[in-house]
Design a protein around this ligand. Structure first.
Ligand SMILES: [Ca+2]
Ligand SMILES: [Ca+2]
Ligand SMILES: [Ca+2]
Ligand SMILES: [Ca+2]
Length: 293
């Protein structure tokens, strides 16, 4: 009786997800020694953490992609010493497209970029504008209810790394007042390294709560205190453009780390309801039965 009931449920999930999703929750361990942020995941702390897939095709929704065209995954850890999250993102992409210039070229998401979506108190909800009235109902009453970090960097030469990036998210009070906020300072350290068709982003991230305002004199006042047991909304995504000679640049595909329903396939930038979950833990998770200390 149990197996009869379970089978349709499992079958439905496999069909609806089209590939792996990140763990629920993703367990991020505290690390004693923070990684060297150099675009190389050979630090000992990374060796002990599981990869999380960025394998859901959000645009075009539910389609399949060849692994030569794109495959992506990430790891996340935190440090009680530095009060920072650290990310390692590894993407295989057949063609890397850069050339983004803020305010000059096409919007940032039309280039090969990594996106980090974070909702410090896992409240969910809209996070586009500090809106009032009908704008508030449609686009949110607090733009910093969650952050959608669009992380761009020019690709370095083969085998080299760059530490220069641009990080943006939308804010303001309405579409007539929309601002592309420069949040590059929220990533205190950053490195992107390219080797063949593989690119590795390694960076740290300050976690701000929803009282953050870019105009505030002491941004530390809005900084979250990371601690064991803390649960936050978190998803990662990758924008894939494979047409470097087509202008203006246009995103070909959009991949995410969590499953989202079709009507919400491109909602993360404005709504935190479908963000995945990260939980900060004290130690390294032991998932592999062959794991030995
Ligand atoms: Ca490293
Ligand atoms: Ca591609
Ligand atoms: Ca929130
Ligand atoms: Ca690409």
């Amino acid at each position: 009786m149990v197996s009869v009931l379970l089978f349709p449920l499992i079958h439905y999930q496999a069909k609806s997800q089209h590939g792996p999703v990140q763990d629920d929750p993703v367990l991020a361990p505290n690390v004693i020694v923070s990684p060297v942020v150099d675009g190389n995941g050979n630090d000992s702390c990374w060796q002990k953490v599981s990869w999380q897939s960025i394998a859901q095709v959000w645009i075009p929704y539910g389609t399949r992609v060849d692994s030569n065209d794109y495959s992506g995954r990430y790891k996340v850890i935190w440090s009680s010493t530095t009060n920072l999250l650290y990310f390692l993102v590894e993407v295989t992409d057949n063609v890397f497209v850069d050339g983004f210039l803020p305010g000059v070229t096409a919007d940032i998401y039309n280039y090969d970029i990594v996106e980090v979506f974070i909702d410090e108190n896992k409240s969910g909800g809209l996070h586009v504008f500090d809106g009032t009235g009908s704008t508030g109902r449609k686009w949110g009453t607090n733009a910093e209810n969650a952050f959608a970090y669009h992380i761009y960097a020019d690709f370095p030469k083969e085998g080299e790394e760059t530490s220069k990036c641009h990080v943006y998210d939308l804010a303001g009070t309405s579409w007539t007042d929309a601002k592309s906020m420069n949040y590059t300072s929220h990533l205190p350290t950053f490195a992107l390294r390219k080797t063949g068709n593989k690119a590795v982003w390694e960076f740290s991230l300050i976690v701000y709560n929803d009282t953050y305002e870019d105009t505030m004199a002491h941004k530390e006042d809005a900084r979250a205190h990371l601690q064991v047991g803390k649960v936050m909304g978190l998803s990662l995504a990758y924008c894939d453009n494979d047409k470097p000679n087509v202008n203006p640049k246009t995103r070909d595909r959009f991949f995410g780390s969590v499953w989202v329903p079709a009507p919400a396939n491109n909602d993360h930038w404005m709504n935190a309801d479908y963000f995945g979950t990260v939980k900060l833990i004290t130690d390294i998770p032991v998932k592999d039965t062959n794991y030995h200390r």
